[in-house]
Design a binder for this molecule. Structure first.
Ligand SMILES: [Zn+2]
Length: 186
């Protein structure tokens, strides 16, 4: 079981010691800081990545699951392995703009994401939330997205072994497949 894979490397690395996986991911925050993939304006036609991702294949878009009104997608600039987002298909900035059906499906997808991450990765805990507005830290403020960030004791993670030998796109592809396979099918 994949969940079993987490315990041994964690013990080898030791609690509180940043492992290779974290070091691998951290530099990719730089691309985010430098504004890569940022839309040019607030509209859906201003290059909003969350509007264009659903047009791609699941593999190319790093999509884990598609609902009727929202989808789950891996974060290109993750805080941890498995950091995903629940995103409405509609281009909306503010949580209060979601209609009732979108609100319900976003909540249901958040719950399913937690279950899936626990199943696939043995996540110990989660940080979940919405950054509303640039002032609150939203990277792409024009299109809301709920972060689901899995956490492990000692900030370890679920693919430390292959993380030593694979580059980021492979890691993201492997993570997407792992979570897509574990996501419950309707
Ligand atoms: Zn959008």
């Amino acid at each position: 079981m994949l969940a079993r894979m987490t315990s041994e490397p964690e013990q080898q690395i030791g609690v509180g010691t940043p492992d290779a996986f974290q070091r691998l991911w951290t530099p990719h925050r730089m691309a985010y800081i430098q504004g890569e993939n940022k839309p040019s304006g607030p509209g859906a036609g201003d290059g909003c990545p969350f509007c264009s991702i659903p047009d791609k294949s699941d593999e190319d878009g790093l999509i884990i699951a598609r609902g009727e009104r929202v989808y789950a997608v891996l974060n290109l600039y993750p805080y941890t392995g498995g950091h995903l987002m629940i995103v409405p298909f509609r281009h909306l900035a503010d949580y209060t703009e979601l209609d009732s059906e979108e609100t319900i499906e976003l909540a249901e997808f958040t719950k399913t994401a937690m279950t899936t991450l626990r199943t696939a990765s043995g996540a110990h805990g989660f940080n979940i939330g919405l950054n509303q507005g640039t002032v609150a830290g939203a990277g792409i403020a024009a299109h809301l997205h709920q972060h689901v960030v899995p956490r492990w004791g000692g900030d370890s993670n679920f693919m430390p072994v292959i993380g030593n030998t694979k580059v980021l796109p492979q890691l993201l592809a492997d993570t997407r497949r792992l979570l897509a396979d574990a996501w419950p099918k309707p």
